[in-house]
Design a protein around this ligand. Sequence first.
Ligand code: PEP
Length: 255
Amino acid sequence: MTPDIKPLVAGNWKMNGFRNSLTELGNVTAGYDAAMRNRIDMLLCLPATLIFSAAHVALGTRVQIGGQDCHFNQDGAHTGDISAEMIADGGGTAVIVGHSERRTDHGETNSIVKSKAEAGLRGDLITIVCIGETEAQRKAGETLEVLKDQLDGSMPEASTAKNVVVAYEPVWAIGTGLVPSVEDVKEAHAFMRENLTARFGSDGAKMRLLYGGSVKPGNAEELMGIANVDGALVGGASLKAEDFLGICAAYEKLC
Ligand code: PEP
């Protein structure tokens, strides 16, 4: 946690979910009570096909709906892509860019991620920029170097504490049940804070830094208690309302 920063718990459904999965979203909104709303911001990033309907389910609940990627252009001949403006048009208020699955599966470089993040800002979306080292990079002792490279190369110049969130997601911890040690998360987040403050001043000091990678209700409190961890980006455990709310409840205790 960072004093004076309201935590964000963001879910990433990835390529999961059909229209009938929106009942699970309804369960999340029902459990997001006034006490939780006051302490924690909540966001669910859904497949593009569900954004519009999900925004309706979440209307008036303060659960935010977002996309998982966007093209860097506003429109044009880009078959299969969606733009930040389209996410906003569907009722989305946020977008994830640079998730390691995009970087790996779609060859997204830092400069592509930066263009997408700039598009997120252009579309008036809260933009979550993901960074994180692979297992090989970690074993080679390159973690902080990789984080520096990704931050320097992926963050838009116009980043502020209001419009950008950074998610540290060690690639080897995503979907594996493996979680770095408290000391390792502490070191990575302190490094990110220092880098962002040096570049963005007071905005960098107040920017939300999420941890992502196998966050579950059982480890959420310990992770959230680490300095400069201002919330979580949650994959698998965001698919079930009970688990997602369990993570939020663990965080709520500390706020
Ligand atoms: C993710 O993909 O962003 C993620 C953190 O996944 P999981 O929580 O399933 O590890």
